[in-house]
Design a protein around this ligand. Structure first.
Ligand code: MGD
Ligand code: MGD
Ligand code: MO
Length: 752
């Protein structure tokens, strides 16, 4: 049997069809559109291409204008990239080259697009990189301060679902937990278990979210988006004034409690953070808040904060306030209770398996020590030389002359895409390695067509995943598409770097090298893996003996003297002196309620809060041009969801088309009704390929991409994470003809 794998599942390859592996309890919806997306000749890039305006020396002016492309040979494309790299590096130095290249790329250990690109760029003199992720940047910067460890280290030790199922009697999930985001795991997964774990819950489940569907079969606290920190603080306040908090835990395991206590009680000059105070902010009844606090204190409670909750303005606060709440309950370090950050956000979190640090392609070292927080890309492009604050430091944006992107789609993932278009015109040269004619590829000067995993041989190795998959090609590469490694090898060759890049290994030899490293790693942990040839023949190998359950912070709780945390006090910091010393009004020294930049609390009449959550049918923008995503659209547009009353007030019918708009931009979407969505919200999932056009004199997206409307601002000057979930939009019926989509066809090609 032959196999292949993706972030969303592992598959048996049958005569041109993919079948999820037999022991996957809940195969993903995303996989249904994979093969058709990979074979979609209207959207795949078939040949290397160079933008006409760039060839004519337009300096980037027409980069975002649907410019025509000239198809070229691989040799010419590679030579042009090599020339540009050399020229820019010589004239401006490598800190003028942005290779941050954020994105999910594809599963497969060898053909990992970013690793390949970064390995090459490091050999070519280095590049400006990106720090943190779009997923949970607020957590990545905050958690080292408050818990004294990396966010990833905390994630790796999060309490196993097995313990939660057994011991937790109340699971309170801010942002919910569901099978929708748990369809994927970075590097791949063969089993989707989150829905099973949820169904095995013996205790109560409480979903605190603007959408009921964020946690099926749970009690629903319909919270106003962006106000979780206020609710959490009010829960803390209730515990405190009713004497339900665990003072001994707070004394022993936390620092700064007296300062947080004073803030909660209103002794610092602000109003006390009581349930009555929070109720109008969160739109949750005060008695319901008090009862929730009492129930949490009387139960064996696990608190989860979904990553989405912190992709909001001041997203640091719900992470910190949620942790403070868990400290007040005093159940951290026990089986099945305490605090989690991201249960259900990906398939792998809370699995009862070892975290295996599988080998990967060595990236080398970057001689350039420049970076930006990942979501500050437009600011960097628009404002070279300007300063900004990040994690207590004043930094300066570099002056970027060349951008290389592989395995990510900034014209899907970044906020306020019309603003990104302005910044994107600035560099002299943009090179994009892509499978499809995404908005990013259409806005490149040199476009290099990459293969999909269905066209190549690879290995799936994923951290907590006992299934190891030898990936076989399913179909021939379309057009002239090549593997990223081959493309880079060609470019490296033009720069005299081929030998250094390949280390003299063929692809097959790299795969063997990766597998040998994996066997050694398994052996060190007392497990056996077969020889490479046998692995290839079997296609699917299961690690035996990798079972392991965990309790978050167990060592620290067992002996805080012997296992202090790496934080400033060695304890969980409820007031953090370091953060306080930064003097930031958008991220003070303790968890706080701060008014978001946009909210239904202060929106103009008719404004709705837009929730741009992860898509059910795609991984971000991947497979948008596959069958499963395409058939979910209305008149080719992404579907948004509205409460029927909200729609009726605006004369909007189910199945119709609407125009969503605000000062930043506009987009079209089809309409579904959802009685289980808050009336003051509109839900538009991410990932419809951005497709900008002039409509009635204004540039707008015409396909349903929420990032035409979102705000390009950092969570705070601490973390500078994105705030994709914070945006007010207006919606109205659209009855005029719809402009033709361009993302569903090839761009215009011209001869030189
Ligand atoms: N409004 C809003 N915006 C958001 C979010 C949100 O919740 N709301 N979520 C954010 C989050 S959490 C994230 S992680 C980002 C995700 O943003 P991205 O990770 O950038 O999104 P993807 O669509 O996965 O982009 C991957 C791109 O790489 C290409 N690709 C795949 N495999 C390969 C390969 O092997 N080689 C090459 N060369 N290319 C390949 C795909 O075709 C695709 O275009 O979006 C963020 N944006
Ligand atoms: N199918 C699928 N799964 C995915 C992905 C995908 O593209 N497709 N992407 C993956 C990636 S990269 C990531 S980072 C994870 C992200 O995983 P999550 O962050 O969990 O995903 P989201 O869907 O963005 O957000 C979860 C929910 O938070 C709710 N929410 C939004 N704002 C607020 C708020 O202010 N308060 C509260 N209480 N709730 C709020 C929304 O209703 C939303 O449904 O998902 C991963 N899983
Ligand atoms: Mo993410």
């Amino acid at each position: 049997m032959k196999y292949t794998a993706a972030h969303w599942g592992a598959y048996e390859v049958h005569d041109n069809a993919l079948k999820p592996v037999a022991d996957d309890p809940a195969p993903s919806r995303i996989g249904k559109g994979w093969l058709s997306a990979s074979r979609n000749l209207d959207s795949r890039i078939l040949k290397p291409a160079i933008r006409k305006g760039w060839l004519e020396g337009d300096g980037g002016a027409k980069r975002c204008d649907d410019d025509a492309f000239v198809e070229v040979s691989w040799d010419e494309a590679a030579a042009r990239v090599a020339e540009e790299l050399t020229r820019i590096s010589k004239t401006h130095g490598n800190s003028a080259i942005y290779g941050g290249s954020y994105g999910w790329a594809s599963a497969g250990r060898f053909h990992h697009a970013q690793s390949q690109l970064k390995r090459f760029l490091n050999l070519a003199g280095g590049f400006v990189r990106a720090r943190e992720t779009y997923s949970h940047a607020a957590g990545e910067v905050l958690i080292p301060h408050i818990l004294g460890m990396l966010q990833g280290q905390f994630q790796d030790q999060m309490t196993s679902w097995a313990h939660i199922n057994e011991h937790c009697t109340m699971l309170v999930a801010f942002g919910g937990i569901s099978g929708r985001p748990a369809q994927v795991a970075s590097s791949g997964t063969a089993r989707h278990q989150t829905e099973q774990w949820l169904s095995q819950m013996k205790g109560r489940m409480v979903n605190v979210s603007p959408q009921k569907s964020d946690m099926p079969n749970a009690e629903w606290f319909s919270i106003r988006p962006g106000t979780d920190a206020a609710l959490m603080l009010a829960l803390c306040h209730t515990l405190l004034v009713e004497g339900l908090h665990d003072e001994a835990f707070l004394q022993k395991y936390t620092s700064g409690w007296p300062k947080l206590r004073a803030y909660l009680l209103g002794e610092t000059g602000e109003e006390a953070k009581s349930a009555d105070w929070a109720a109008p902010i969160c739109d949750v009844a005060p008695e319901a808040i008090r009862q929730l606090a009492r129930d949490m204190a009387a139960s064996r409670t696990m608190i989860n904060v979904a990553w989405g909750v912190q992709r909001t303005d001041h997203g640091e606060q719900p992470i910190w306030a949620g942790l403070a709440l868990a400290c007040m309950l005093g159940q951290i370090g026990q089986k099945g209770t305490g605090y989690g950050f991201g249960y259900g956000c990906v398939a792998s979190i809370g699995r009862s398996t070892k975290n295996m640090a599988w080998p990967s392609i060595p990236q080398g070292t970057n001689p350039i020590d420049e970076f930006i927080p990942v979501a500050r890309i437009t600011d960097m492009l628009l404002h070279p030389g300007e300063s900004y604050q990040y994690d207590g430091i004043v930094r300066t944006y570099p002056d970027i002359r060349m951008v290389l992107w592989s395995g990510g789609n900034p014209f899907h993932h970044h906020q306020d895409l019309l603003r990104l278009e302005k910044g994107w015109q600035k560099p002299e040269t943009v090179v994009v390695f892509e499978q499809g004619w995404t908005a990013t590829a259409r806005r490149a000067d040199i476009v290099l067509p990459a293969t999909t995993p269905l066209e190549r041989t690879d290995i799936m190795l994923s951290k907590t995943e006992p299934s190891l998959i030898s990936m076989s090609p399913v179909h021939e590469p379309v057009g002239e598409a090549r593997d990223d490694h081959e493309i880079l090898r060609l470019i490296a060759g033009k720069m005299g770097l081929e030998e250094a890049f390949t280390q003299g290994r063929s692809q097959e030899e790299w795969l063997r090298w990766l597998w040998e490293g994996s066997r050694t790693l398994a052996q060190e942990q007392g497990m056996e893996l077969p020889e490479f040839d046998q692995f290839k023949q079997q296609g699917h190998v299961r690690l035996e003996g990798d079972e392991e359950t965990r309790i978050a912070l167990a060592d620290y709780i067992a002996d805080p003297e012997k296992h202090p945390l790496g934080s400033e006090s060695g304890k969980i910091t409820l007031f953090n002196e370091t953060i306080a010393s930064f003097g930031l009004d958008d991220c003070p020294g303790h968890p706080a309620w701060l008014m978001p930049v946009e909210s239904t609390l202060n929106a103009p009449q008719g404004g709705l809060h837009m929730i741009s959550a992860q898509s059910d049918t795609r991984l971000h923008s991947q497979n948008d041009q596959g069958s499963e995503s395409l058939q979910s659209k209305i008149e080719g547009r992404e579907v948004c969801r509205l409460h029927p009353d909200t729609a009726a007030e605006r004369g909007i019918k189910a199945g119709s088309i609407v125009r969503l708009h605000n000062a930043r931009g506009a987009t079209f979407a089809g309409v579904h009704f959802d009685p289980d969505l808050r009336r003051d919200c509109i839900a538009l999932q991410t990932g419809a390929w951005f497709d900008a056009a002039e409509v009635e004199g204004a540039r707008m997206d015409i396909h349903g991409n929420p990032n035409a409307l979102t705000i390009d601002k950092g969570t705070s000057r601490l973390a500078q994470g994105n705030i994709g979930h914070t945006a007010i939009v207006f919606v109205e019926p659209w009855e005029k003809p719809l402009p033709l989509l361009s993302v569903s066809r090839q761009p215009e090609f011209q001869s030189r």
